[in-house]
Design a binder for this molecule. Sequence first.
Ligand SMILES: [Zn+2]
Length: 170
Amino acid sequence: MMSGTDESLRPQKSRITIFDEPIICNFCTHNVFIPYEIYVNVEQPGIGVRHVRYIAICQHCGQAKNFSDPSYYDAENDTFIWALNQYLISVREYKIKIIFYIGKRSDDKLTAFLNKLIEQNIEVENVHRVKTEVIVLATISSLNEIQTVRSTIMNSAMRLNVTIKNLIIK
Ligand SMILES: [Zn+2]
């Protein structure tokens, strides 16, 4: 089972896991932290060992938690096993561009799809239609990761039989 990431943890409100185990505050048992990377002098750096350390501040009680990045190089399989995962919980703003096809007489379908987007808290800013191709520009403020926003839109399109040509979320 491969998990984790080779990226450093970002100093943002998040839940963090080490080998899929959530980090929990020792004092209040909450699990939302802001992690900061700290630099330590290492006298004997081992081969294939990362010497990254973090101090994470519990966002409920303010206590600090120290941990290292136990990611390691698996020589047998010639691969890195990344230990840390970070799940950001701050609200983020995404820009969305959806290009899709719609039948010439499918105004109802277009309306239904746009309504579906609005239902999902997507702010539709611009709809540009040229014959059977429609370009929608929109934004969303969401706690979700980009993949979740993407699959929500894709599922709505699929349910309404809308053929997506391109979906860009940034
Ligand atoms: Zn705490």
